[in-house]
Design a protein around this ligand. Sequence first.
Ligand code: HEC
Length: 199
Amino acid sequence: MLKIFKYIYVFLFILILGCGDSSSDGRPFTTHPGYEYMPDMYRSPSYETYSENSLFKNNSTARKPVVGTVARGHMPFEYENTLDDYIRAGEMLKNPLLKTEKNIEEGEALYGMFCAHCHGKNGDGKGSVSHPVYGAIPAYNDKVQIRRTGSTMSELNDGNIYHAITYGLNAMGPHASQISPEERWKIIMFVNNLQKEDK
Ligand code: HEC
């Protein structure tokens, strides 16, 4: 019996401690201020994320990044998905990475994950995905068929390939969301080798 009273006392104690005046934050909890242990822990003096904020002119909620700022890890790509920008990318963009064994190896591994099922492991266009729509996958070392650049696959510049990976082309979907800019340049290093391969 005594034990039960002990529990009741503890319960009441917690109740008294826990019941604060919450009317300040709008919740109709209780109007009788009780003892609050470290009120700042419950009622943060800072603004809640996305809550209205009187410090800003229009009292708006979410802040936009300052104009001209670039998110960490994001490399802006100022070429549109147009033929003009495809050609321009081919003329302007150079691979920023050093042609090291390690980069080429990583490019090969990424190529195996993202490209080989369509383009084939050795770049001959005969990957495991066989479908009428994907039937016309060009070989990277092709020296006959004229592409958008006016040249052949084997002569595509790095910037053209970068543009193609980023935006895709017809049956080839865009890969910008799956492959980071750095990874794209590594893949291109490996594709460069496939472009040179003899038929
Ligand atoms: C779903 C299958 C598929 C995947 C995955 C794919 N491609 Fe393609 N790719 C194609 C097809 C089909 C074409 C030919 C498009 C056309 O000419 O209409 C093509 C064309 C290209 C071209 C030539 C573009 C041009 O400008 O003429 C390049 C370069 C290329 N792919 C690179 C890659 C790389 C690198 C990857 C991996 C990151 C990749 N592709 C992944 C199907 C694919």
